[in-house]
Design a protein around this ligand. Structure first.
Ligand code: ADE
Length: 225
């Protein structure tokens, strides 16, 4: 079974709409939609915004459904010059740009306990996603996606994330889902379409381009599954 998590209703409703043999299952605080896409078993859920909601949802999904792999889809702010609005970022790895125990001598972003900064996405799943994106014909880049509990809205913050993590895009859930998948040994990949450029006008671009960007990520899911 393939698990798909998105943060906002707009990110998951379009995927739920193409699910056949739909069954709704409520577990804890999460509404799961189970069914098939192209005859493949899938489960979809909307987690809400931010790393805590994302982690709650990923753990509930992993514990209650037998996942072959887990995808996180949605929109992101572009950090890479190669990613225009509506282009796709595919995760090579995920970092948490707001995790910081550096006063204790750790590298910025190190996840205490598992003691790594970058959580690597599953290479096979990344390859499958790349093939799907190529098939759809959308511009894409594979690289580091940075997550944090903030909407990035300044050149200074964007540059800081780029300098510290070599990230190509920023969002608010992917690395939390990656961490939960990592500790549960579930293969995962994050697929994000660019809704804005994470700069001073990102809030306006986000409002204008989110719908368009999401259309691209749904196309990729369709091609992938
Ligand atoms: N999701 C989409 N755009 C974003 C941004 N600029 N910062 C954080 N998350 C985002």
């Amino acid at each position: 079974m393939i698990g798909i998590i998105g943060a906002m209703p707009i990110e998951v409703d379009a995927i739920k709409a193409i699910v056949e043999n739909k069954e709704e299952i409520h577990i804890g605080s999460i509404d799961f939609v189970k069914g098939t896409i192209n005859k493949k078993d899938i489960v979809v859920a909307q987690c809400g915004i931010g790393k805590v909601f994302a982690a709650i949802c990923a753990e509930a999904m992993i514990l209650n459904f037998k996942l072959d792999y887990l995808l996180n889809v949605g929109v992101a702010g572009s950090i890479s010059n190669n990613l225009d609005i509506t282009s796709i970022a595919i995760s090579q790895s995920l970092v948490q740009h707001d995790m910081d125990t550096s006063p204790l001598g750790d590298p910025i972003g190190m996840l205490s306990g598992i003691n790594i900064v970058n959580i690597e996405a599953d290479k096979e799943v990344v390859k499958k996603v790349e093939e799907a994106v190529k098939k759809v014909g959308i511009n894409y880049e594979i690289g580091v996606i940075a997550s944090g509990d903030q909407f990035v809205n300044s050149k200074e913050k964007k540059d800081w994330i780029k300098e510290n993590f070599n990230a190509i895009a920023c969002e608010m859930e992917g690395a939390a889902i990656a961490q939960v998948a990592y500790v549960n040994k579930v293969p995962f990949c994050v697929i994000r379409a660019m809704s804005d450029k994470a700069d001073g006008s990102s809030h306006m671009d986000f409002a204008e381009f989110t719908k368009k960007a999401i259309k691209n990520s749904v196309e990729v899911i369709r091609a992938l599954i």
